[in-house]
Design a protein around this ligand. Structure first.
Ligand SMILES: [Zn+2]
Length: 216
């Protein structure tokens, strides 16, 4: 059996220091919240974000434990519904958030400098790797971006595909009947947002006008 000394050695130092700070500084002031949360969670918002370490939804929205139901994957993608056997992690989280927790809002949170989007642009789409097969979800959007003569630079194409990935996820969200029904009934709202890492600024999608603008 492992003793305390073993755990101390095995645990990465940075994680250990962070955990100690959590126990010392954060947990004491939030212990009541954690006690309440032990009886169940009732977040009202789901975030579909990117796995990128620089884009942490809880940090961006100053959210406390229990407030956001978050699923993160490469390039913040929602796949279309798929009834075939598979390990549909994002769809499972979506189903639980909507049908189980009955969240009122879903935010697809994209971001600048997205490596998953860059992989798609560089032609990673297709088989051969897990990333390639996953970002192939973007293939149609990618083809549109590549064909757009108005997008002259690599950076412009990257930004356009980051925005398009958010739109695609919203489109796919609406293909899940349990999402579409609730949106039609007015009990669920879908949103798109994009975070600029360099600026630390959030841009919100106006689906009617069709563009992202900075949140004042
Ligand atoms: Zn990303």
């Amino acid at each position: 059996m492992h003793g305390e000394g073993d755990a101390r050695e095995a645990m990465p130092a940075g994680l250990r220091a962070g955990y100690e700070r959590f126990r010392r500084e954060r947990f004491p002031s939030e212990s009541v919240r954690y006690e309440m949360l032990a009886s169940g969670q009732a977040p009202t918002t789901m975030i579909v974000g990117c796995a990128d370490s620089r884009v942490d939804p809880a940090t961006i929205f100053s959210a406390a434990p229990g407030e956001l139901f978050v699923v993160r994957n490469v390039a913040n993608l929602v796949p279309p519904p798929d009834s075939t056997t598979g390990y549909h992690g994002t769809s499972a989280a979506l189903e639980f958030a909507v049908s189980g927790l009955e969240v009122g809002d879903i935010v697809v949170l994209g971001h600048g400098l997205c490596g998953g989007v860059a992989a798609s642009l560089q032609g990673a789409g297709g088989g051969g790797s897990y990333i390639g097969a996953w970002v192939a979800l973007l293939d149609v959007m990618r083809a549109e971006v590549m064909a757009d003569s108005g997008l002259e630079s690599e950076a412009a194409r990257q930004r356009a595909l980051e925005f398009a990935a958010i739109m695609l996820s919203l489109e796919n969200l609406r293909r899940f009947p349990f999402v579409a029904e609730r949106e039609a009934a007015g009990t669920l709202r879908l949103h798109g947002a994009w975070f600029s890492i360099a600026e630390g600024a959030l841009y919100w999608l106006d689906e009617v006008r069709g563009g992202f603008s900075p949140v004042a």
